[in-house]
Design a protein around this ligand. Structure first.
Ligand SMILES: [Zn+2]
Length: 448
């Protein structure tokens, strides 16, 4: 075991005992049989539903109005009687869904409907431990040298210094997905080899840009063992491209802003292991009835969020279970990879690329002001931001728009004009509002 690895676990044991306790539980569960796991999962589900009904006014009202009582929850067959929780309900009753007696943090997401949504997370749960467990299946460690391309990267000298100290002796290198110039990508790629980076993680779009650069310059990357692409499902093409460029496998994963670690791939299967002891997944047909060998709507139940229970919550994705057990011997059930589109990117004529997943978050801090938005890049590179303000936000809206304008102008290095347009509605694309539409990205795609 390397020094970095030892120190990582010592630091966590000392300062984050709750994370270590959960990690211990997760690693123990990895060895259990499916029957033992089922029992754990079922007991956690029942406790959560009962708790929500007794402590969260929304659930009592909602379940009563539809004639469901948790006392009826006797066996698996009764589970389908629990009413489905939709995004619209969460959006409408955000505060009523929240349990203020439990410490929580909040996060906002666009989801697939194009309207910002605020959810709270139970601070007592440490979701990253599920990532650590997934790593254990790939024989790598969270303490191995890491490359990260994300929207939140340490920028100032002090932030970088603090980060180095925090992670020492593990090396972590960063590329900001909010604005990537060719020089920055080039330096990042050189650092992959220089610091013997073992795993790389970040937004799918940004990782793909780095992969494009590596392939275009015929650079050999030999130290990486895993790519962990987050935030947008990968197409087969981008996956293959990343594997060629980075010289290692891409770990497919499924998660969302509301429930981050739902399932991850192990090296022995093309499918994903569901974190069944921490998250319950249902797949249902149009009538809300379970389906097992066909595709359906995914419902998730976060078994560790008592601050903002999400029970049979419809994420807006389609999925399918896999009946077979995995060759690796871990009994966590399998589901097929959740397919979707990779996010669109915004480009500048000078070659900067702004990651689409990042752009979907720019209104994150203004759920009270902005109802819907869409960023549209025309073929001439100019950007129009369409937005629909909330009725109650008329006084603050100008200030919000000015803040966002300044952020975007800095992201595109003031290379292209950005205009804002207030609208009544945002056009839909097959029922889903798309956040980012880039004619420049589409033209590039068509040329490939
Ligand atoms: Zn497996």
């Amino acid at each position: 075991m390397y020094l970095s690895d030892k120190l990582f676990w010592i630091k966590n044991r000392l300062f984050r005992p709750q994370a270590m306790r959960l990690y211990g539980e997760a690693m123990k569960n990895k060895k259990l049989s499916i029957l033992e796991l089922r029992e754990i999962n079922w007991n956690k589900r029942k406790s959560l539903v009962l708790y929500a009904y007794n402590n969260i006014p929304f659930y009592r009202k909602y379940y009563d109005s539809l004639g469901f009582n948790p006392a009826e929850l006797k066996s698996e067959a009764d589970w389908k009687n629990i009413p489905i929780l939709t995004k619209d309900l969460v959006r409408k009753y955000t505060e009523e869904l929240r349990n203020k007696s439990i410490p929580s943090s909040f996060t906002t997401t666009g989801g697939s409907t194009g309207k910002p949504l605020k959810v709270y997370k139970d601070k007592r749960f440490k979701a990253e431990i599920l990532g650590w467990r997934a790593f254990s299946m790939w024989n790598i460690s969270p303490a191995d040298n890491t490359a990260i391309t994300h929207r939140r990267v340490p920028q100032s000298g002090f932030a970088r210094f603090k980060n180095r100290l925090l992670w020492w002796p593990t090396k972590r290198i960063y590329l900001s997905a909010t604005s990537m110039s060719e020089e920055e990508i080039s330096r990042f790629v050189q650092d992959l080899t220089r610091y013997k980076i073992v795993w790389i993680t970040g937004y799918a779009g940004a990782l793909e840009c780095v992969a494009d650069y590596i392939l275009a310059h015929h650079i050999q990357i030999t130290t990486l063992q895993l790519v962990w692409s987050t935030s947008a499902p990968l197409t087969t093409n981008s996956r293959n491209k990343m594997e060629r460029a980075f010289g290692c496998k891409v770990m497919d994963q499924y998660g969302s802003c509301e429930v981050s670690h739902i399932a991850q791939q192990c090296p022995h299967s093309e499918h994903l292991h569901i974190n069944y002891d921490f998250v319950h997944v249902d797949i249902v047909d149009g009538n809300g009835l379970p389906v097992y060998d066909e595709e359906g709507d995914i419902l998730v139940t976060d078994l560790y969020n008592y601050a903002f229970p999400l029970i049979r919550y419809k994420l807006g994705d389609r999925g399918c279970f896999v009946k077979e057990a995995c060759e690796c011997g871990v009994s966590l059930p399998l589901m097929k990879s959740v397919k979707g589109r990779t996010s669109d990117m915004v480009y500048t004529p000078g070659g900067r690329v702004i990651d689409g997943s990042y752009l979907t978050t720019i209104f994150d801090n203004y759920p009270e002001e902005i109802d819907q938005f869409q960023i549209y890049q025309k073929a001439d590179y100019s950007i129009v931001v369409y937005y629909r303000p909330k009725d109650s936000a008329t006084e603050r809206i100008d200030k919000v728009i000015e803040t966002i304008r300044a952020t975007l102008e800095s992201d595109v290095a003031s290379e292209i004009p950005i205009s804002f347009q207030q609208v009544e509605t945002i056009a839909h694309d097959a029922g889903k509002t798309r956040y980012i539409i880039s004619e420049v990205a589409l033209n590039k795609l068509n040329k490939k």
